[in-house]
Design a protein around this ligand. Structure first.
Ligand code: GDP
Ligand code: IMO
Ligand code: MG
Length: 425
């Protein structure tokens, strides 16, 4: 069976966790392929909210296996906290959670390096979640990293010490004050590693290959969003992994010709958390309303998310890079009550009008050109069928489908599992 992918098409937080949870009943295996605890994926069901950072969003379904793939970076301390929360919910994760031996480990000193790097950048900081993501991927590509499989070696603590010492000397190169007590951090880290080691480590590419051969259905769950991709995002204001479809191939060991559906998720407007350009960002009451009604606060850091209109140029680019086959539009309910909605349908780029996503999208280079739409007054949150959706919302959806040439098969009208409307292709 081909592997289906589910990816965020904007700057993250599109609602991936919610939709993976909704789709899990159709899949045997849910697999994370990149990112780490910088992600915060929210699931809401039975009146309760759950936030996952490293653990795949299929974990609440008894009969799905949840795989943390080789492309993921794991912080044992955060991972343990996630497990503790699952235990409180009586989730039997021991039988359903498996971890790739090739996934890399985030050390306490990776987090410190992240903090030192950000502090040294001052105003030019990335706005990182400070989870040690960048330094861990740097050690991976620099061929210095520690992998999950290394934890099974007798001398892994020696390997750890050598790397942590190196990190400490690197921290001292930054001209910033970072206060820390490594002994304390290590105590917590080693205890968490013990818990991690009690879980099932696997050779995940072989596992995925055999699962495919046996006809198992697999959904790969992306983290972050396409505009945060290390290659195709708004560099340097990006994360350190490939968040786009190709990342699923390298992050799980799935061949490109084995990819099936590519589900692309986007919000009916746009948000971004952290620094970096955002052409359709709003600084007015409309932006404030989106943030308030949409409860736009980071699921990992609690920071408020910047809000703005939907950017169709950026969305088209993300669909192209990922080969999206089906779209899912989230949070349409948040736009109820806006008299007029705007969608950016072109960029004014250095006095020329363009329809593609250029190298520079900073405000001095790009000005959005908008097309206006009539809004809808109706509260969508109680709706469950496509036939109930207001006419003006259907016009908005149909315009996007026509421009993107991809069907919108799911419209989400609230955070709960049940607030999900399926549309016919
Ligand atoms: P993820 O990182 O892509 O999984 O998204 P996050 O969990 O970081 O952020 C999405 C937020 O929107 C969460 O608080 C969800 O509970 C919420 N959410 C998801 N879908 C909808 C929706 O259709 N409407 C509303 N109002 N909230 C939604
Ligand atoms: P999910 O999976 C939104 C952003 C950070 C920062 C930049 C780099 O929940 O959609 P990093 O910690 O990777 O060094 O941060 O990327 N970022 C996210 N923004 N959602 C996420 O994940 C994010 N993960 C990282 O805010 O701007
Ligand atoms: Mg999130």
């Amino acid at each position: 069976m081909a592997v289906d992918l589910l990816l965020g098409l904007q700057w993250g937080d599109e609602g991936k966790g919610k939709i993976v949870d909704v789709l899990t009943s159709n899949y045997n295996i849910i697999a994370r392929f990149q990112g780490g605890p910088n992600a915060g994926h929210t699931l809401v069901f039975n009146g309760k909210k759950h936030v996952l950072h490293t653990i795949p969003s299929g974990i609440f379904h008894d009969d799905a296996t949840n795989l943390v793939g080789n492309g993921v970076v794991i912080d044992p301390v955060i991972f343990k906290k996630e497990l503790d929360k699952l235990e409180e919910q009586d989730v039997d994760y021991r039988k359903s959670l498996v971890i790739s031996r090739k996934a890399h480990i985030i050390l306490p000193t990776h987090r410190l390096l992240d903090a030192a790097s950000e502090a040294s950048k001052g105003k030019a900081k990335i706005g990182s979640t400070l989870k040690g993501i960048g330094p861990t991927y740097m050690d991976k590509t620099g061929r210095n990293g520690i992998r999950v499989g290394d934890l099974e070696l007798d001398n892994w603590k020696d390997i750890y010490r050598t790397l942590a010492n190196k990190h400490e000397s690197m921290i001292s190169f930054y001209d910033v004050e970072i206060e820390y007590d490594l002994a304390d951090l290590e105590k917590e880290f080693f205890e968490a590693v013990k818990v991690l080691k009690s879980l099932k480590f696997i050779d995940s590419e072989e596992y995925v290959y055999q699962a495919q051969k046996a006809g198992k259905t697999i959904l790969a769950e992306g983290a972050q969003g396409s505009l945060l991709d290390i290659d195709f995002g708004t560099y340097p204001f990006v994360t350190s992994s490939n968040t786009t479809a190709a990342g699923a191939c390298t992050g799980l060991g799935v061949a490109p010709n084995q990819i099936g559906e590519v589900f692309g998720i986007f919000k009916a407007y746009t948000t971004r958390v952290g620094s970096g350009p955002f052409p359709t960002e709003l600084f007015d009451e409309d932006g404030e309303t989106m943030g308030r009604v949409g409860n736009e606060f980071g699921a990992t850091t609690g920071r408020s998310r910047r809000c703005g209109w939907l950017d169709l140029i950026a969305l088209k680019y993300a669909c192209q890079v990922n080969g999206v086959t089906q779209l899912m539009m989230m949070k349409g309910d948040v736009l109820s009550g806006f008299k007029t909605l705007k969608v950016c349908t072109a960029y004014k780029y250095k006095s020329e009008v363009i329809n593609h996503f250029p190298y520079n999208i900073e405000p001095e280079n790009v000005e959005p050109v908008y097309t206006e739409f009539n809004g809808w007054e109706e509260d969508l949150t109680g709706m469950s069928e496509a036939s109930q959706l207001p006419k003006t919302l259907n016009e908005y959806i149909e315009f996007l489908e026509k421009e993107l040439e991809i069907p919108i098969t799911i419209v989400s009208v609230g955070p709960d599992r049940k607030q999900t409307i399926f549309r016919k292709r």
